[in-house]
Design a protein around this ligand. Sequence first.
Ligand SMILES: [Zn+2]
Length: 378
Amino acid sequence: MVAAPAGSVVWGWVMVEIVNPGPSHPAASAATRTIKHRTITRPDLTRRGYTCSAMPELPDIEAYLEALRPRLVGERLNGVTLKNPFLLRTFDPPLDAVRGGTVVGVSRLGKRLVFEVETPSSGTPYFLVVHLMIAGRLQWRPAAPPAPTGAGGASEARAAPTPGGRSSAPKGNVLAAVEFSSGTLFLTEAGSRRRASLHIVQGREALAALDPGGMDILSATPERFSAALGRENRALKRALADPHLFSGIGNAYSDEILHRACLSPLKLSQSLNDEEAARLLQAAQAVLGEWTARLVAEAREAFPEKVTAFRPDMAVHGKFGARCPACGQTVQRIVYADNECDYCPGCQTGGRILADRSLSRLLKDDWPRGTPGPGDED
Ligand SMILES: [Zn+2]
C-alpha cells in the first residue's frame, strides 16, 4: 500500500461489503447516501514509481500459442542462449539436454507456456516451461531464407539474428534466445525486476508438478465452479485471480469479468447465491471466450509482440476516470500492493465508491503485506 502524502484526506469510516443490486440498479441506495462522504485526494501513484500489473493472462497466452504452433511444431531446437542466468530455475536436466530435439507441441499450463521437445537420445519428452510473469514478453525473428548454393548443393537455414548483435534484435532486456530451425524466439523482460522464469523438466509427472491446478473456466460446469468459489471466503477479485482455483485469470480479466457479472470485486465468494454464481461463470466464460477469439485471430495475422493488459476496448480495466460503456458512470479503482482493481460503481456496487483500505482489510488474512497481489504468481 502506498502511504498517503501529507495533505491528502484519510477515510473516516470503515467500508462494509456491498449488497449487489443486480444488473439494473437504481442510483445509490438510501443506506449508501447516509454514509459520510468526503472527496479523496489520491497520491499520484504513477509518479511514485507505481506500476500496474500487466501479466499476460489466458487470452494473451492463447494468442502466443496460436502464433507459436505453426512456427515451432516439427522444428528442430538448435539451442538456448541464456543472457541472464537467473532466468533458469532448474539445473537438472541441463540446458543442453534439449539441444537438437524436435518441438512436438506447444501448450499452456495456467499462465505458463510449455514447449514439448523430443530428443533422439531420450524416450521421455522434455518440457521447457516459461512464465512471463508481469513484464516478460516474447518476440520472434524468422530465420533468413537459405542462401542459394547451386544445383544439388545442400543448404541450411541461417540462424536468425542474435540478441544485441543486429539491428533487428528485440528492444528491451533480452533474457534468453531460443534458436529453432525456423527462427529465434527471444524472451524479454521490461523494467529492472527479474521475475520471468524458465524451468526445464523431463517427463509428464515433472510437468504436472508445476501446475498450480486452477480450473479451466471455459469448460467449467456451474457445480464445479460454485464448489471452487465456495472453498474459501474471499473477495471475488482475489478468488477469481487465484491460480489454485481458476486457471489463467489475472488482474485485467478479473476486472472485466466482475464488471460483466455486475458484481462487486469485494463481495465475498461464499456470500454468492446460485443466481449470482451462475452469472459470474457466464460472465467469465463470455469475457475470456470473446477476448481469446479476438486475440487469437490477431495472432494469425502477426506475431503478438504488443501484449498488454490495457486494451482500449476493455470496459473497466485500466479505465480509471473514464465512462463505463454500460451505464456511463465514472470508472473507479482500488489500489493495493502493486496492483489495482478497476470497477464501475453504477454496474457493480450500487453507486458506492469503495475505499482502498477495505480491500486490505478483507484480504489481510490471505494476503500478507509485501507479497504479490492476485494473479502475480502461479
Ligand atoms: Zn457501469
